[in-house]
Design a protein around this ligand. Structure first.
Ligand code: NDP
Length: 444
């Protein structure tokens, strides 16, 4: 048995009840195989892959809080500090009922390679809770966030671990979390990113992930002899990533025609009205039925279905495993030319393979959605400098980071004879830097 197979067998045995984590590990190990085979003796001796797949630290804690009826509620909090070889742990917090250790571990593992791809000095981590902010009052969300941070504050710091937002954690939650950290630590530091502009946030952080997806898509198409202008785009999700992906796609001359949430989806052949979408989702925190009610060109459908629409480009921007094999078949049958992931691991392994085998340009989230964490790192820099850069300055840095990421993953794929396989390219380019740093730092 080769080293990769041996390690994956051990990881499977140890983490049998965490399918999302196993899916993420399988994809990475499978594609870095040529690098591992070249260095097998050294990596084996150093147990490099065993260390890479075992988090440095896993923190799990109780989060008690009081709801509006005076009832005590209890949730579970997590922070997985996965790998600090190239910098302090960095990665978001997810508040969603589906959160358990396997989801946080898959996200933390992906984050290692994503952060490495940004070219910035940040390690991989992720956290969250099974708390559902949906339907809660602002006071309940604050009570939860304060309790969550009371425990988390023991393990994070601006040079140690810097969390940010993810699903269910936006500006409101980051504000409450930051306030509680400051109160407990008596320290005004850049311990979280995604902060509001009046207390250390960076311009363009809100837009960064979605905009970054589009900057990378534009470069991908350009380098493959195509133009993003006038392309029809299918987008899933209607949260932070989806909204700003739609906005930038429009700015670049493309036409996004779909979006979705956890109950249904919109098909709007005239093009999504992004201001209306923001009002429904960011301001009112309402369902997409409200969008359809206010826009005569829009159709609302219950359940799933965005991938059945004819589109040149597909951008999955909602959650993991939302684009499955039948969706991939429908996209290919409708002539899709590129699938670029805005969410983390939205495409299943068999769907990814199908898309690649059918000549679709496919870019994994760890490369294409890295603009969010990259801009978070720019927020950290501004905080340490006690300076704020202009929107244009941050956006232009974001664009050059995304263009660089595209060329790095393209180059890594070519170096190993897998031209056009951006999954392999992203995993190899992300892994090489982390592996070198881990080996240089000895057994730790
Ligand atoms: P938000 O909470 O802002 O939005 C998530 C969107 O996805 C919402 O429209 C939500 O629907 C929908 N959604 C969530 N869970 C499900 C589900 N189980 N089934 C169907 N739809 C679902 O999150 P973000 O936009 O921040 O994150 C989206 C994805 O992008 C995640 O995979 C995240 O990890 C990834 N990501 C986010 C980054 C960021 O900077 N925010 C950075 C890099 C990656 P509803 O409105 O009904 O809740």
């Amino acid at each position: 048995m080769g080293y990769v197979e041996e390690v994956f067998a051990k990881v499977k045995e140890k983490n049998a009840s965490e399918p999302e984590f196993l899916q993420a590990v399988e994809e990475v190990l499978d594609t870095i195989r040529p690098v591992v085979e070249k260095n097998e003796e050294l990596y084996r001796k150093e147990a490099l892959l065993e260390r890479l797949t075992e988090p440095e630290r896993q923190i799990k804690f109780r989060v008690p809080w009081v709801d509006d009826k005076g009832q005590v509620q209890v949730n579970t909090g997590y922070r997985i500090q996965f790998n600090s070889a190239i910098g302090p742990y960095k990665g978001g917090l997810r508040f969603h009922p589906s959160v358990y250790v396997g989801i946080v571990k898959f996200l933390g593992f992906e984050q290692i390679f994503k952060n490495s791809l940004t070219g910035l000095p940040i390690g991989g981590g992720k956290g969250g809770s099974d708390f559902d902010p949906k339907g809660k009052s602002d006071r309940e969300v604050m009570a939860f966030c304060q309790s969550f941070m009371t425990e988390l504050s023991k393990y994070i710091g601006q040079d140690e671990d810097v969390p940010a937002g993810d699903i269910g954690v936006g500006g409101r939650e980051i504000g409450y979390l930051f306030g509680q950290y400051k109160r407990i630590k008596t320290s005004y530091e850049g311990v979280l990113t995604g902060k509001g502009l009046t207390y250390g946030g960076s311009l363009a952080r809100t837009e960064a992930t979605g905009y970054g997806v589009l900057f990378l898509t534009e470069e991908l198409l350009k380098c493959n002899g195509k133009d993003i202008k006038d392309k029809t785009v299918a987008v899933s999700g209607s949260g932070n990533v989806a909204i700003y992906a739609i906005q930038k796609a429009q700015q670049l001359g493309a036409k996004p025609v779909t979006c979705s949430d956890s109950t249904g989806w919109i098909y709007d052949p005239e093009g999504i009205d992004v201001e209306l979408l923001k009002e429904v989702k960011e301001v009112k925190r309402a369902r997409l039925t409200e969008y359809a009610a206010k826009r005569s060109s829009a159709e609302y459908h219950e359940g799933k279905g965005v991938w059945s629409v004819k589109a040149d480009i597909a951008l999955p921007c909602a959650t993991q495993n939302e684009l499955l094999i039948d969706d991939a078949k429908a996209l290919v049958a409708n002539g899709v030319i590129a699938v670029v992931e805005g969410a983390n691991m939205p495409t299943s392994l068999d769907a990814t393979k199908y898309l690649q085998e059918n000549g679709v340009l496919f870019v994994p989230g760890k490369a294409s959605n890295a603009g969010g964490v990259a801009t978070s790192a720019l927020e950290m820099t501004q905080n340490s400098e006690r300076l704020s850069w202009s929107f244009e300055e941050v956006e232009s840095k974001l664009k050059s980071i995304m263009v660089n990421i595209y060329h790095n993953i393209d180059d890594a794929a070519k170096r190993y004879g897998m031209e056009g396989n951006y999954v392999a390219g992203a995993n190899i380019a992300g892994f090489e830097k982390v592996a070198e740093a881990m080996l240089a730092q000895g057994v730790c």
